[in-house]
Write a protein of this length. Structure first.
Length: 130
C-alpha cells in the first residue's frame, strides 16, 4: 500500500516540458560546446563563455516561467517554499574561499612563490629530499 502511494505521489509531481523548450536549451548547450571548441578563434576565456551561457540559460528560464518559484508540492504532499537554497548556503565558507583565492592571486603576482621556490632550490642544492 505504501509503495502505491509513493508511486502515485511521484506521478503527480512529475512535470512535462514542451519539446520547444527542450530544443531551445539543447541548442544553447550545443552552441556553448561549439564556442568552447573554438575558444582560440573567438578570443574568449572558458569561464567567460560558460558564464555567459549560464546567464542566458537562467534568464531564458525565468522568462519562460520554468524555474520553480513560490510553493512546490513534493511527492507525499510536502509543501516547500522556493528558492530553498539561499538559507542553506554557508556564506562564511564562501567568504573564506573568495578571500583565499584573492590572497593567492595577489601573492603570486608579487613573486613570493617564485622567491620561495628559488630559496628552497638553492638550500637543497637541487637535490630532492630522499
Amino acid at each position: 500500500m505504501q509503495t502505491e502511494t509513493l508511486i502515485a505521489g511521484v506521478e503527480h509531481a512529475t512535470q512535462q516540458v514542451s519539446m520547444s523548450i527542450t530544443l531551445f536549451f539543447t541548442g544553447l548547450l550545443i552552441l556553448m560546446i561549439v564556442c568552447l571548441a573554438l575558444e582560440e578563434k573567438i578570443h574568449a576565456k572558458k569561464s567567460l563563455i560558460v558564464g555567459s551561457f549560464a546567464t542566458i540559460a537562467l534568464l531564458a528560464g525565468g522568462f519562460m516561467h520554468i524555474l520553480p518559484f513560490g510553493h512546490v508540492i513534493l511527492p507525499g504532499g510536502h509543501l516547500i517554499e522556493m528558492p530553498v537554497y539561499i538559507p542553506g548556503v554557508d556564506w562564511g565558507v564562501i567568504a573564506i574561499i573568495l578571500g583565499s583565492s584573492l590572497f593567492i592571486d595577489v601573492v603570486s603576482k608579487s613573486g613570493l612563490f617564485t622567491w620561495i621556490a628559488v630559496k628552497l632550490t638553492k638550500a637543497s642544492k637541487g637535490e630532492p629530499a630522499t
